[in-house]
Design a protein. Structure first.
Length: 161
């Protein structure tokens, strides 16, 4: 395992190549634009701030009123290392998360994945949307993500009903 200094040297070298900055800027621009599009398409939902992350994940939440009343939210998440978009049902805090996981433990979630209460895990229910997304076609990617988001909200509504 590399020391912190060795890791910083490797990081500095990678930055000198310029690709990391280009990729990170592109992801952040896409996520910011996507958030704006979602806010326009779903004006009845509460939108959170964009969380930029530590190059691990970037996300924002869009929350319908019925989930907000239960202290739940839906997050659109980009996982950097996995190069994957997911949509999550998440709680407003760890207690809500644990209670909801317990409540859903014996329910058939179909293709959705129920998380476990573990340190560092923020999701309650996860659905993978897009592996290795095509950022060169942002409009198409945005439509894919929005359609998956709408389906996920509908699925969660049905599960929690």
């Amino acid at each position: 395992m590399a020391t912190l200094n060795e890791s910083i040297q490797a990081y500095t070298h990678q930055l000198s190549l310029g690709e990391i900055q280009k990729a990170y800027r592109g992801i952040m621009t896409f996520m910011s634009d996507l958030k704006t599009v979602f806010e326009k398409r779903h004006p009845d939902m509460l939108s959170s701030a964009l969380y930029f992350g530590y190059m691990d994940m970037t996300y924002f939440a869009m929350t319908p009123q019925n989930l907000r009343d239960q202290k739940l939210k839906i997050a659109i998440v980009y996982l950097h290392a996995e190069a994957r978009f997911e949509v999550w049902l998440a709680g407003s805090n760890r207690k809500i998360q644990a209670e909801t996981i317990e409540r859903l433990k014996h329910i058939d979630l179909g293709s959705l994945v129920l998380s476990k209460v573990e340190p560092g895990v923020d999701a309650i229910v996860i659905k993978t949307i897009e592996d290795y997304p095509d950022f060169d076609h942002p409009e198409t990617l945005g439509v894919i993500l929005d359609q998956a988001f709408i389906k996920f909200v509908q699925d969660i509504d049905a599960i929690l009903a």
